[in-house]
Design a binder for this molecule. Structure first.
Ligand code: EPZ
Length: 450
């Protein structure tokens, strides 16, 4: 029924692409919001738990999801994508390994650890290591799975895990701190464990609720969705299911920031305002108009400069760390002094130096950034350092005077589908330049403008 994994769609070949933006055009139009990358990733890993097909709808075309497709197919899944639908069928597990070469590309590969242990009692998963935004240990994942009966050793950079007797056993585990993928790994593992698992101090990010909804559709009994205590009754086998991936609240927040910084007026489609509570409240307080419309739409408009804000990142329902960089770009042209405190990751200010090259005035002390709003930013060449940092540079470029060239675009392709198309359809002057294509600043300027 399903095509073989060799038919995987690999759309991301041009690692040296650049984005060219001529700033100063207010965004006007409608922007469709995709399914959430960070919901789709654990949902795809869930496909490993069942020998029946799991069909996910509203799955965006993103490099990270292609990486997950590749990893699952190495493990034994047969995957077929048609448009936004991805079918995952895992009749049996062929390999217990998540190799370094895949995990180093995408940390969320760790999400196969729980499913592998639950389905076949064995896993060999490369340690993800640190990344551009912090050390990002996975000790909660490991300790939690040990609580379910797994024996885990770290050897040669790999998590080598076994389940004596082959089947995990339900248990209680309290997360020392909020961890999103930590919770997802435990929830996935607990679904095929013997008996009940009670997880405490669980992240309540909406993506976890989406995973629990899909698990319920596959026959798992779940209590406590959306609360910090989740109980899961492990089951012998999971049925197949059809599930629509929830909207991407971070993509939506990114376009909200883009609309506001350009003093634009946009509608976002397929997104619910309740997914962005703190972000929306803060921006409203700073002068933006953000209103829910019927049928999962949001209206955003701004005239004049955004006001300054004092804000800190925290787990849901607080301000998402994944929107911190975009907010910083926006506040760099606010009418006053802002403070942004980053509480989730210890090194998530890599965009500051690049924004400073565009004229932003930002000083950083520890996890606190002080942003003095400037009259205007000016375009120049900047480099993306991670996924969200890269969109902060695009947002800054949309407002800057002159031309901005954002390089290392592969970061954006991990999490934003067709960003240049969505923005240009709202009037932005923005263009992706493929590797090898001529793109001198003045030449491109003429080409874009023409
Ligand atoms: C998820 O990462 C997201 N990734 C991240 O999105 C997001 O920034 C992050 O949650 C926070 O919201 C996916 O969902 C795939 P954590 P995750 O475990 O799960 C510490 C993006 O841009 N910690 O919630 O890896 C950790 O170091 C990405 O789309 C431990 O100490 O993050 C951090 O300080 C980037 N030990 C904090 O907890 C652990 O075992 C929260 O991390 C696990 C985490």
């Amino acid at each position: 029924m399903l095509a073989s994994s060799c038919q995987l769609f690999i759309p991301f070949k041009n690692h040296m692409d650049k984005m060219l933006i001529v700033g100063g055009v207010p965004l006007r139009g409608t922007i469709p919001i995709n399914g959430a990358k960070n919901a789709a990733l654990p949902l795809m890993a869930l496909g490993l738990l069942s020998d029946q097909p799991l069909v996910l709808d509203n799955v965006p075309t993103l490099a990270d999801l292609t990486t997950m497709e590749l990893l699952l197919s190495e493990i034994g899944s047969v995957i077929k994508r048609v448009g936004k639908k991805v079918a995952i069928y895992t009749p049996s597990i062929k390999s217990f390994e998540a190799p370094y070469d895949i995990v180093r590309k995408m940390r969320a590969s760790i999400l196969v650890l729980g499913p592998l242990l639950a389905r076949c009692g064995r896993a060999h998963v490369s340690l993800p290591g640190g990344c551009a935004i912090g050390a990002r240990p996975v000790n909660f994942h490991i300790d939690g799975l040990r609580a379910l009966g797994a024996t885990i050793e770290i050897e040669n950079g790999y998590i080598c895990a076994n389940v004596p007797g082959g089947k995990l056993t339900g248990a209680e585990y309290t997360f020392p701190n909020i961890s999103v993928t930590g919770a997802e790994n435990m929830i996935l593992a607990a679904s095929l464990a013997r008996g009940e698992t009670c997880l405490k101090n669980v992240a309540i990010e909406p993506e976890i609720g989406d995973l629990l909804d899909c698990l319920q559709a596959m026959g798992v009994q779940v209590e406590g969705k959306g609360t910090p205590t989740v109980r899961i009754q492990g089951t012998e086998s999971l049925s197949g299911a059809f599930h629509k991936v929830m909207p991407d609240r971070i993509e939506a927040g990114t376009y909200i920031a883009a609309a506001i910084i350009t003093c634009g007026e946009v509608e976002l489609e397929n997104i619910n305002i309740s997914l962005l509570p703190t972000f929306v409240d803060a921006l409203r307080n700073a002068g933006a108009t953000i209103e829910p419309l019927e049928n999962d739409k949001i209206y955003v408009s701004m005239s004049g400069k955004i006001g300054p804000l004092s804000i800190e990142t925290s787990p849901f329902p607080g301000l998402a760390t994944d929107l911190q960089a975009q907010l910083m770009a926006l506040l760099s042209v606010s009418s006053g002094e802002s403070v942004i405190v980053e509480n989730i990751f210890e090194n998530r200010f890599m965009h500051v130096c690049e924004l400073a090259r565009m004229g932003a005035q930002i000083s950083v002390s520890g996890n606190r950034a002080h942003v003095t709003g400037v009259e205007h930013l000016s375009g120049t060449s900047v480099m993306a350092t991670d996924l969200r940092a890269s969109t902060s540079l695009v947002i800054a470029g949309l407002a800057a005077r002159g031309e901005t060239i954002v390089s290392r675009l592969y970061h954006i392709d991990r999490g934003y589908e067709s960003i240049e198309k969505k923005l240009s359809e709202c009037g932005a002057i923005i263009k992706r330049v493929r590797e090898g294509e001529a793109h001198t600043a003045s030449g491109t300027n003429k080409k874009i403008a023409g």
